[in-house]
Ligand binder design. Structure first.
Ligand code: UDP
Length: 385
């Protein structure tokens, strides 16, 4: 008999899962999203005034080392090559990012070679820190005080709203340090931008006679889930449980939209690393698609703040207190029947698009195998909390 599944959230997790279920099982998939568009925080749409494709919730660059994920997304839409080059503004000067030989030479006003720059950073590194326990220690241990204070301390404080010493070292490990002039922000094998944006990709994923999308449909404890064989929840896990163990910490982002003629800053992303500039970065959208021509330009100034009751959660903070709360929700979730949790918000992790897609593909496979063998489907897409 045909099964009926409900997916909450039409971002990458929900859309990939819906696609896999509808194409591999005899089922009807309903997918609800509380917003008036699909795509979650990866949503893109063209700006009415300029025609430029806008990353509505901030810059999203597709990058992965996994060929199967790259091949998967390329089955649905065309991607064009794009290399993300980011510059940093510090005390009125522009620097190269991520930290590379050029950045080091710019900051110290020298002409170091790869070898002498390595020796310099080695001399600046705080070797008394054996095992870095947090973001600040990780920075001091590997790049030293000068680079940390110029490019990371202020930006991180603005971005996360706390001292970097309160944050996990893993946040800094996202960004490489290079002793050559390679200024590609990502060092993945496959990288690109979908020509018609991410929402077009998700439209393709959801285009199936057995998938029905309901927008502006909010899920809460009063939602009727009767008649569904299984529910997949991709929203914030604390919201699912009505915040009964407290709220998990997230940072949200507010965008201030600006227009200008021509080219405003000459590249997609400029980071503002000093604490006295209230925004973290400026994204100029037309540079994501340099194959297009636009006379005018649209750019966003990004302001980071703590997530209030009505704000959209972006970055999970994962402070120690958050992890304790998360464990309580996970325990609670394990007691439930007929529901699974996946994606950035439901598993409360800092995930890139390729992580989300990879995990949704794996999870769909596990779910399909478990239903075929009559076993309980996995409750979470990830093991650890
Ligand atoms: N970061 C920083 N200065 C920069 C860029 C990044 O201090 O110029 C820190 C900051 O804490 C940020 C983290 O490194 O949250 C990861 O940076 P990434 O560029 O990956 O951030 P995302 O694009 O995910 O916001």
């Amino acid at each position: 008999m045909q099964k009926k599944y409900l997916i909450i959230g039409a971002g990458f997790s929900g859309s990939v899962l819906a696609h896999q279920l509808a194409t591999q099982l005899d089922c009807q998939v309903d997918i609800w999203d509380e917003r008036d568009h699909i795509g979650g925080n990866c949503h893109t749409s063209r700006d009415e005034k300029t025609g430029i494709m806008v990353h509505r919730y901030g810059p999203h660059i597709f990058n992965t080392d996994k060929k199967e994920i790259w091949d998967f997304v390329n089955r649905f839409v065309e991607f064009r090559p794009y290399v993300h080059r980011v510059k940093a503004m510090h005390k009125g000067n522009v620097y190269s990012l991520p930290v590379n030989l050029h950045t080091i030479n710019q900051l110290f006003g020298k002409t170091y070679t790869p070898e002498t720059a390595k020796a310099l950073l080695d001399s600046l590194a705080d070797k008394t820190i054996a095992e870095p326990q947090n973001f600040e220690e990780q920075a001091l241990r590997f790049i030293g005080k000068e680079l940390y204070e110029a490019f990371f301390y202020g930006y991180t404080k603005k971005q996360w709203g706390c001292e970097p010493s309160e944050l996990p070292a893993s946040i800094l490990k996202r960004i490489p340090v290079r002793f050559n002039y390679d200024d590609n922000y990502h060092n993945n094998l496959y990288t690109g931008i979908p020509v018609e944006g991410y929402t077009a990709l998700m439209e393709k994923l959801l285009q199936h006679p057995h998938i029905s999308v309901s927008l502006q449909t909010k899920f809460d404890s009063s939602s009727n889930m009767a008649g569904y064989d299984h529910v997949f929840y991709t929203g914030p896990i604390d919201a699912y449980f009505n915040y009964q163990h407290g709220r998990l910490g997230y940072r949200t982002v507010q965008f201030e939209t600006h227009y200008a003629e021509g080219d405003y800053q000459g590249l997609t992303q400029m980071n503002f690393c000093d604490e006295d500039i209230p925004y973290t970065r400026i994204t100029e959208h037309k540079h994501f698609a340099n194959w297009e021509e636009h006379k005018d330009t649209i750019y966003f100034k990004e302001f980071s703040k703590e997530t209030g009751e009505h704000d959209i959660p972006y970055y999970p903070k994962r402070l120690e207190a958050d992890k304790q709360i998360l464990l309580k929700y996970r325990d609670e979730a394990h007691l439930k029947e007929g529901i699974s949790f996946l994606g950035r918000l439901a598993t409360y992790r800092y995930m890139d698009m390729h992580h989300v897609i990879g995990e949704a593909l794996d999870f769909a496979q596990k779910f399909i195998i478990s239903t075929a063998s009559g076993q309980k489907p996995p409750v979470f897409a990830n093991q650890e909390a």
